[in-house]
Design a protein around this ligand. Structure first.
Ligand code: GLA
Length: 432
């Protein structure tokens, strides 16, 4: 039974999926870790604010937290420097160098520190004359040299931003950096901001090409520390899901930007919603918060094991919004391996907890199946549910209920493998 299902999957994959991924073998599941930008920005005033400025101290301390507070074991392994780490000028050899006051030990020493704790180091560059924060950029002439510098330092991930360059320069430079990184021989996950600078949509953005070049890419605006910002990102990604959803898969992911859970802008319910919706999107889980002072409740959301298991599902199928009710309830579905699924019931209401009634049949699950349902946040098994059964969930304002559904009995009829579907075909849980 298992063998038949597996060979069916292999065949379906071979037939349906062109091999388009960047073949560096990296990021087979969405990258997880920590990134400095949203929380710590370009604070370079180490005199006035020594504990929060962009300095090696900040990264040493966050690396300690990742290694000691249970994050690393859950998969949060990247510690990513964003903008404002470098000196304002390249050195005499034209090489990028870190700010000597704020990074006196140098980036190689930082990478060694991070590696010694079983973590990986990410760095930030910008294809253009300057970075967005006004630090030296990587123009086309610098691409090779900078790739070699990053590799020599022992860097494991590069975010290449796109401020201060033209569309033509980006079309040349992003693929060139992919080649330059590969040529170093060091495995370096490559995150491209290219689509975000070209509006994120075809015809200006070609997601097939992008997946051949980059492991992940920013499609849209920067996240800010507010619910409004999270909602605008969610709206854009799901409004454009017919374009974006098929672009994602093992080795190549859409990136709706960092998790802001643990900061100042989200309520408890909204924090749970960001985590659930990012997981449905198969998004990278890059936290940008102060891990030294994070609250237990924010930590619990970010360290939810079942959530992370769903986010990291090996099939790497991005989920979709499948229902948008007039009542301002929305339902999202992500197909998972072993014919499992994740469902997110999301309330945009602003009045009170809402009782939403539906059935798996209405959500296009296969007829005559039975599922074991587990509530991802409560942790408990809710019970067994047949496709035809009506059920209700109570969803708090701006909150979610999230379910993990494992098949207990499946129909005899073969089920279509839901993978990369044309718009309008509907979207079904997969029997894989
Ligand atoms: C851009 C990027 C952000 C961040 C800043 C740094 O705005 O989109 O994620 O890297 O630049 O200046």
């Amino acid at each position: 039974m298992e063998a038949v299902a597996l060979s069916g999957l292999a065949l379906a994959l071979a037939l349906a999926l062109p091999s388009v991924a960047l073949e560096n073998g990296l990021a087979r599941t969405p990258p997880m870790g920590w990134m400095s930008w949203e929380r710590f920005r370009c604070n370079v005033d180490c005199q006035a604010d020594p504990h929060n400025c962009i300095s090696e101290q900040l990264f040493f301390e966050m690396a300690d937290r990742l290694a000691e507070d249970g994050w690393r074991e859950l998969g949060y392994e990247y510690i990513n420097m964003d903008d404002c780490w470098s000196a304002k000028q390249r050195d005499a050899a034209g090489q990028l160098v870190p700010d000597p006051k704020r990074f006196p030990s140098g980036i190689k020493a930082l990478a060694d520190y991070v590696h010694a704790r079983g973590l990986k180091l990410g760095i930030y560059g910008d294809l253009g004359v300057f970075t967005c924060g006004g630090y030296p950029g990587t123009t086309l002439e610098n691409v090779k040299q900078d790739a070699q510098t990053f590799a020599a330092w022992g860097v494991d991930m590069l975010k290449l931003d796109g401020c201060y360059s033209s569309a033509e320069e980006q079309a040349k430079g992003y693929p060139e950096m992919a080649r330059a990184l590969n040529a170093t021989g060091r495995p370096i996950v490559y995150s491209c901001s290219w689509p975000a600078y070209q509006g994120g949509l075809p015809p200006k953005v070609n997601y097939t090409i992008l997946a051949e070049i980059c492991n992940l890419w920013r499609n849209y605006d920067d996240i800010q520390d507010s619910w409004e910002s999270v909602l605008s990102i969610v709206d854009w990604f799901f409004t454009n899901q017919d374009v974006l959803q098929p672009a994602a898969g093992p080795g190549h992911w859409n990136d709706p930007d960092m998790l802001i859970i643990g900061n100042f802008g989200l309520s408890f319910e909204q924090s749970r919603s960001q985590m659930a919706l990012w997981t449905v999107m198969a998004a990278p889980l890059l936290m940008s918060t102060d891990l030294r002072t994070i609250s237990p409740s924010a930590k619990e959301i970010l360290q939810n094991r079942l959530m992370i298991q769903i986010n990291q599902d090996p099939l790497g199928i991005q989920g979709r919004r499948i229902v948008k009710e007039k009542s301002h309830i929305e339902v999202f579905l992500r197909p998972l391996s072993r014919a499992a699924s994740a469902l997110v019931f999301f309330s945009r209401r602003t009045d009170m907890p809402f009782r939403y009634t539906t059935s798996l049949a209405k959500l296009h699950f296969p007829e005559d199946a039975v599922y074991e349902v587990q509530d991802v946040y409560v942790g408990k098994i809710v019970g067994a549910l047949r496709t035809a059964d009506n059920f209700s969930v109570v969803i708090n304002p701006s909150g979610v209920v999230m379910w993990y559904l494992r098949p207990m009995a499946l129909p005899v009829q073969p089920w279509h493998v839901a993978r990369q579907q044309a718009p309008g075909e509907g979207f079904h849980p997969a029997l894989l």
